[in-house]
Design a binder for this molecule. Structure first.
Ligand SMILES: C[S@@+](CC[C@H](N)C(=O)[O-])C[C@H]1O[C@@H](n2cnc3c(N)ncnc32)[C@H](O)[C@@H]1O
Length: 199
């Protein structure tokens, strides 16, 4: 049994590092996020009882696991991950979730094709800081068009500043707040929450 778990872990790491080497700027992190970061990233899901949760940049599911621990039903989970190998891994692991091997910028079109026009909350670990500004803006436009008016987007970053500028947030009447910080991540991580209105 122990050997099977070790083999599983080895295969998991093998897929991560192979893809990281092939595409470092798109993956944007040396290691998957840790459980403490996942807890901070999913705090806004506590007690929610309806609607879909959209996760952008799911990788191999490090934060997806924490979303499920918040009692979100798997079939209410929408995972968008551009890397095909990661998306295949996710589809295999989360058989009832809605997994798309796609660019986050296409989220609105993809979801509308499934009859989903709105999501309750969003969990996002896309590497915004190293993204082209144009790409960042098109993803944000989609995010804010899909988000429920009282919904919340959590975003993780390795820097103290929110990766989304105030100017862009103002355009959508949103504001960001530093929700938490953890040293139990390599490197340490900051989590921001973005909601409607000014704070
Ligand atoms: C920093 S990693 C986080 C992965 C995972 N959430 C974790 O905690 O381990 C960012 C992920 O976003 C994905 N990604 C990058 N750009 C993307 C895009 N435009 N659309 C969808 N996924 C993207 C990468 O392939 C990578 O899996």
């Amino acid at each position: 049994m122990k050997n099977i778990i070790k083999m599983d872990e080895f295969m998991h790491q093998n897929i991560w590092y192979k893809n990281l080497l092939a595409n470092p700027t798109e993956i944007g992190a040396l290691f998957p996020f840790g459980a403490e970061t996942g807890k901070l990233m999913t705090a806004h899901l506590e007690g929610m009882d309806e609607g879909y949760i959209l996760e952008l940049g799911s990788g191999m599911g490090a934060i997806t696991e924490c979303i499920l621990q918040r009692q979100v039903p798997e079939d209410k989970l929408i995972l968008i991950e551009k890397n095909k190998n990661f998306a295949d891994y996710l589809s295999h692991k989360y058989k009832n979730a809605n997994v798309f091997a796609e660019d986050a910028a296409n989220a609105k079109t993809l979801l509308e094709a499934q009859g989903i026009c709105e999501v309750r909350h969003i969990v996002c670990s896309l590497p915004f800081v190293i993204m082209q500004q144009e790409q960042q803006l098109s993803i944000l436009d989609v995010i804010f068009k899909l988000l429920h008016p009282q919904g919340c987007v959590s975003i993780v970053t390795y820097f103290i500043r929110c990766p989304i500028s105030k100017k862009v947030l103002d355009q959508y009447n949103k504001s960001s707040e530093l929700f938490g910080f953890t040293m139990k991540n390599i490197p340490p991580a900051y989590v921001y929450q973005i909601k409607s209105g000014q704070r």
